[in-house]
Design a protein around this ligand. Structure first.
Ligand SMILES: Cc1ncc(COP(=O)(O)O)c(C=O)c1O
Length: 375
């Protein structure tokens, strides 16, 4: 397998066109395609852009190569999660989700599926999934590791074995890790789902998501739902995401470098009593509670960390004083962003901040964050 940077640029044969064709093909902006005479109709040709189109195929080739599966692009991470829930959870066998995962996925299950009679159950990311699977017998186990915003980690391989024995499909929300950080399909999961709005596309200027599946049967199910459900990614967004994806390897390297430096600096300053920061968490730190399980299944770290300030006021002061940290939800972009997660209803302390490190210079970012916290 080629290296991460090579696969982000050329994975799945991306950009291999014939003589005279553009090296960088633009987005194909059409809703419909020439059909020819009825008797000429060939299966496999494009006919209507809700079913398939060349821009999706380019994106799906690269992302599928990175995930090691068959990729289906969606207009957002939530659209991708909705497709997975629709495909694999039923009134007979419901869904088991992380209790501390992305809150809108929980809201989707609670508010849209449970009223239809689909059983919805929860397990903490770092909890006992085997027991929860045995108790609830779900049709779908949806993991999120590292979780957002807690950055807790669960053992994908062990849970996949328990789920497999119980006849459940295992999907992993791989948004935080990205396919460079973790390949859940290699670890035994059946499905990967992600918000490519975050680091994968990486510039904070679009929404897109995807589902990758280990086998063609699941892929067929997901694609069929996309075509019939009609929640489809626009070619322009897909093309922009493809363009952003080319630099994922470089961005992730700087983001992880920045996260490590900020996490270490925060801990040192907290120990010296110069900042009122507690509970600094980044799975890449050797003594982080997530480090050991993450090291066994993750390929590399990313730029998302968290820390806790005494209260809401302290977070406001930090945001007022910083010049390099945007007060913004979402993560994985080029600009560093801080989000006080309890404002969205996450069951976390009021002062918990998720910090998504961007690609600014490390020294600048550390100085800015420490300066804003010390002031
Ligand atoms: C872990 C995780 N999964 C899914 C989503 C949803 O993605 P989108 O906003 O692209 O719909 C998010 C968004 O923040 C997320 O953090």
């Amino acid at each position: 397998m080629s290296g991460d940077g090579t696969r982000c640029v050329r994975g799945g044969g991306h950009g291999e066109h014939g003589v005279g064709e553009p090296v960088h093909r633009g987005p194909v902006l059409t809703s419909t395609f020439h059909l020819g005479r009825p008797e000429q109709a060939e299966s496999g040709t494009d006919f209507y852009a809700r079913a398939d189109n060349p821009t999706w195929r380019e994106y799906e080739a690269v992302v599928g190569d990175l995930d090691g599966g068959a990729c289906t692009v969606f207009p957002s991470g939530m659209a991708a999660i909705a497709a997975v829930l629709r495909a694999f959870a039923s009134t007979d066998r419901g869904v088991l989700l992380p209790a501390d995962g992305y809150y809108v996925a929980r809201a989707l299950a609670d508010e849209e599926l449970a009223p239809l009679g689909v059983p919805v159950a929860y397990c903490p990311t770092a909890g006992d999934w085997a027991s929860a699977i045995a108790e609830h017998r779900p049709g779908l186990v949806l993991l999120e590791t590292p979780s957002n915003p807690g950055l807790e980690v669960c053992d994908i391989t062990a849970i996949a074995e328990a789920a497999d024995a119980a006849g459940a499909v295992v999907a992993v929300d791989n948004t935080t890790a990205t396919p460079l950080g973790q390949r859940p399909l290699d670890l035994g999961a059946d499905v990967v789902v992600a918000s490519d709005t975050k680091a994968l596309s990486g510039h904070g200027d679009l929404l897109v998501g995807h589902v990758s599946t280990a086998g063609p049967v699941h892929a067929e199910r997901i694609r069929g739902f996309r075509t019939r459900g009609g929640a489809i990614a626009g070619p322009m967004e897909t093309w922009l995401a493809l363009r952003g994806l080319a630099t994922l390897d470089l961005r992730l390297a700087r983001q992880a470098e920045n996260a490590r430096a900020v996490a270490v600096a925060l801990r040192e300053a907290a120990a010296a009593g110069t900042v009122a920061v507690s509970d600094v968490r980044w799975p890449g730190l050797a003594d982080d509670p997530s480090h050991a399980p993450a090291s066994r299944q993750m390929r590399r770290w990313n730029g998302v960390l968290r820390f806790t300030l005494p209260d809401v006021h302290a977070v406001s002061e930090f945001l007022d004083r910083t010049t390099l940290v945007d007060s913004a939800t979402s993560f994985g972009g080029t600009r560093t962003a801080a989000d006080r997660r309890s404002r969205w209803g996450d069951a976390v302390p009021d002062g918990l901040v998720r910090l998504s490190c961007g690609i600014e210079d490390t020294d600048d970012l550390v100085a800015d964050v420490l300066g804003a916290l010390r002031a």
